[in-house]
Design a protein around this ligand. Structure first.
Ligand SMILES: Cc1cc2nc3c(=O)[nH]c(=O)nc-3n(C[C@H](O)[C@H](O)[C@H](O)COP(=O)(O)OP(=O)(O)OC[C@H]3O[C@@H](n4cnc5c(N)ncnc54)[C@H](O)[C@@H]3O)c2cc1C
Ligand code: FES
Length: 268
């Protein structure tokens, strides 16, 4: 689908917010699903790059992204009225089956990208009675983005920075651990964790969720070639019962994920 860029706003040195006009309504978009973007005008960058959706309105989408390499660097140069070719939505997003009292959104760095939309949809599906707490970690306060958007959906935002420049000094997973340790098991039973960020953080969240016996969904980041199950570039080793290959079990992050339940993934 060819989209037109409405704006491509710089949030800090490396992070941007891209707003795209889709020209048509994207039906049934689930937070945590992603689109594959073709990098325009770059013959060397053949593979599309995956990005989750930060916000969606009737005919527009927002993507929060960080420059990590050549493709995101090209996207950061795009201007209003330029076009971007996107495919999707792909994958299984976050599941909001039963209404719970607490939603804990745990973000590391640009992993925060899908959470404004997720928070909105939690309020829509589960109602305002569900308390949303965002645990948001980054290396330094300059890397914390989308704060205005996020504070419009929850006033419970707990920050952690590795250099101590905002919130607790250290990892966001320390904050999560502390909070869960203070809850009763009854409150933990009424809690769902949603995590998105770097793999080391996701692994730590997985361990913490299992330790405290809290339901948890984890959105994994793997390098993706196609986005829809053809290239097999995004295999994840899992613990559950699924396809056996030489005694090992695998799922595809793009098709079976990118969201998995805690306890499903084999991290090493
Ligand atoms: C389902 C999904 C959703 C994503 N959503 C977002 C988002 O909303 N915002 C955002 O900024 N990024 C997101 N990413 C990561 C994003 O796709 C990569 O940062 C991007 O593809 C890098 O492209 P590049 O050409 O700039 O970098 P490349 O030149 O391809 O790579 C540069 C560096 O980035 C690393 N890298 C490449 N792909 C990934 C990846 N998928 N995850 C982590 N590191 C990677 C490479 O290993 C390399 O070190 C998402 C990834 C996935 C799998
Ligand atoms: S990205 Fe191609 S199979 Fe998953």
């Amino acid at each position: 689908m060819l989209t037109t860029i409405v704006s491509n706003r710089r949030l800090n040195e490396t992070q941007f917010l891209l707003r795209l006009k889709t020209g048509e309504r994207i039906a049934n978009l689930i937070p945590g699903q992603f689109f594959m973007c073709r990098i325009p005008g770059s013959s060397g960058l053949i593979l599309r790059r995956p990005f989750s959706i930060s916000d969606a309105n009737v005919q527009s989408l927002e993507i929060a992204y960080k420059i990590t390499g050549a493709g995101t660097s090209v996207i950061s140069q795009l201007k209003e009225k330029d076009t971007l070719d996107i495919l999707g939505p792909f994958g299984n997003g976050f599941i909001l089956e039963h209404q719970l009292e607490n939603a804990f959104l745990v973000a590391g760095g640009i992993g925060v990208a899908p959470f404004p939309l997720l928070a909105k949809v939690i309020h829509k599906k589960w109602g305002k009675k569900t308390d949303i707490t965002l645990f948001y970690g980054a290396r330094t306060s300059h890397e914390l983005v989308l704060k205005d958007k996020l504070s419009s959906v929850t006033d419970k935002i707990l920050f952690a920075t590795e250099d101590g420049s905002k919130g607790k000094k250290g990892f966001v997973t320390d904050l999560l651990s502390e909070k869960l340790g203070k809850l009763s098991q009854t409150a933990r039973d009424e809690t769902m964790i949603f995590a998105s960020g770097p793999t080391a953080m996701l692994k730590a969240v997985d361990i913490i969720a299992q330790k405290w016996n809290v339901r948890c969904q984890i959105s994994v980041e793997t390098v993706m070639g196609c986005g829809y199950g053809v290239c097999l570039g995004c295999v994840m080793k899992i613990k559950g019962n699924c396809n056996e290959t030489n005694g090992k079990k695998y799922k595809l992050a793009c098709k079976d994920g990118p969201v998995f339940y805690s306890g499903q993934l084999e991290w090493d």
